[in-house]
Design a protein around this ligand. Structure first.
Ligand SMILES: Cc1ncc(COP(=O)(O)O)c(C=O)c1O
Length: 397
């Protein structure tokens, strides 16, 4: 077999991530590679930290991109802040809370689970009750945007409750940063991680993280050595810390960081509030189209995540066949359900560069065509027309 250059098909990515990458980000990544201690690169790193502070809405000095995907950002938070024997409360309402549990247990700590049904938001009352039963808990971890179910939890309230009980707070913001409001300083979040491949219009593989002063104090006061050499922030900081004392830790993914820098410049140019509003507006348009087809959302309106739409699959429809046809006939990717929701929902992402009027209309038109051909009782043209009506509404003041 002769192996030639790999040329991927051109898809429209409307699944749970990765989402479409902005052309300016791809162009930035194709710029010449320079050394990771080159003065020009170091200048870019300082800008990157300021841009990440903007994305997280924080002044935290320890705000950096971890050179690995969102899962490594998650692990960075846990291995640095959790010590063997600690008790950590984890709010779980989907797949990613389960991964937090894994992380806590692999730190030699005890995970206490606060469970809510998949498709519902984390219940603040349950967290309060659990903290009363476990006053010795050291930290509370929560997923703001559960990508597996399309639910947005109320991080502001959950952080308030955790702090009242003297706990540090760890927040998964992989799918929320750039798509839904997250005010790290105003809400007092202590440790937060995100991903580049969702609402930041960037390629996968980098995980922005940010740690509050309180979290940094906790790291400094550790009695045990951080179990991961690569993710040990006290070492990583020798590279990402002050410009004067930068030393080699690992070879940074130079071109991937050019891409993230460009993605964050795009966010700054748009304005983060406008980015949040864009994700909301396109969700409303998609919702109008989905409902016009007689389809239903899994999640109650007040807890819906605008950038990830979990849609219940109609009776008698072969859901995998629908996704396959969308991919083969339209080059359009939408997501399947995960875990206990496999076969029950589609996950339609409207994240970052993918969150556009063009994609809303395209996805609805393609889905309608495939479903009608599969004999679903859907009125022709209703979905696109309903979404178009929302998209042409004048902006609310
Ligand atoms: C909420 C959430 N947390 C963590 C992750 C893990 O990120 P990654 O796949 O970049 O490692 C994801 C990925 O989809 C996610 O959606």
């Amino acid at each position: 077999m002769e192996i030639k250059s790999f040329n991927p098909p051109i898809r429209t990515l409307m699944g749970p991530g990765p989402s479409d990458v902005h052309p300016r980000v791809l162009a930035a990544m194709a710029r010449p590679t320079i050394g990771h201690l080159d003065p020009a690169f170091i200048g870019m790193m300082d800008e990157m930290k300021a841009l990440l502070q903007y994305a997280f809405q924080t002044r935290n000095a320890l705000t950096i991109p971890v050179s690995a995907p969102g899962s490594a950002g998650m692990e960075t938070c846990f291995v640095n802040l959790v010590e063997p024997g600690d008790k950590v409360i984890i709010c779980q309402n989907g797949v990613f809370g389960g991964r937090m549990k894994e992380n806590v247990e692999r730190c030699g700590a005890i995970a206490v689970m606060v469970e809510d049904a998949w498709g519902t938001a984390v219940d603040p009352n349950k967290l309060s009750e659990t903290l009363k039963i476990h006053p010795e808990a050291k930290a509370v971890a929560v997923v703001q945007a559960e990508t597996s179910t399309g639910v947005l939890s109320d991080v502001k309230t959950l952080v308030e409750i955790a702090h009242r009980h003297g706990c540090l707070t760890l927040v998964d913001a992989v799918t929320s940063v750039g798509g839904s409001p997250l005010l790290v300083d105003e809400w007092g979040v202590d440790a937060v991680y995100s991903g580049t491949q969702k609402c930041l219009s960037c390629t996968p593989g980098i995980s922005p993280v940010s740690f509050s002063e309180r979290a940094v104090e906790r790291i400094k006061a550790r009695k045990s050595k951080i179990q991961s050499w690569f993710l040990d922030l006290t070492l990583v900081m020798n590279y990402w810390g002050g410009a004067a004392k930068r030393t080699y830790h690992h070879t940074a993914p130079i071109n991937a960081l050019y891409g993230l820098h460009e993605a964050l410049v795009l966010l700054k140019e748009e304005g983060i509030e406008h980015a949040w509003e864009r994700h909301q507006r396109h969700h409303f348009a998609l919702r109008a189209g989905v409902e016009a087809m007689g389809l239903r959302f899994l999640v109650k309106e007040e807890h819906r995540l605008p950038q990830l739409n979990a849609i219940s699959i109609p009776e008698s429809i072969d859901e995998a066949k629908v996704r396959q046809r969308l991919l083969e006939e339209f080059n359009l990717e939408i997501g399947a359900g995960l875990g206990s929701l496999a076969g029950k929902i589609w996950r339609i992402g409207l994240m970052g560069y993918s969150s556009s009027p063009k994609n809303v209309l395209f996805c609805l038109a393609a889905l309608e065509k495939v479903l009608i051909e599969m004999k679903a009782p859907i009125a022709r043209g209703a979905a696109v027309s309903a979404a178009g009506a929302v998209l042409t509404e004048p902006p609310s003041s």
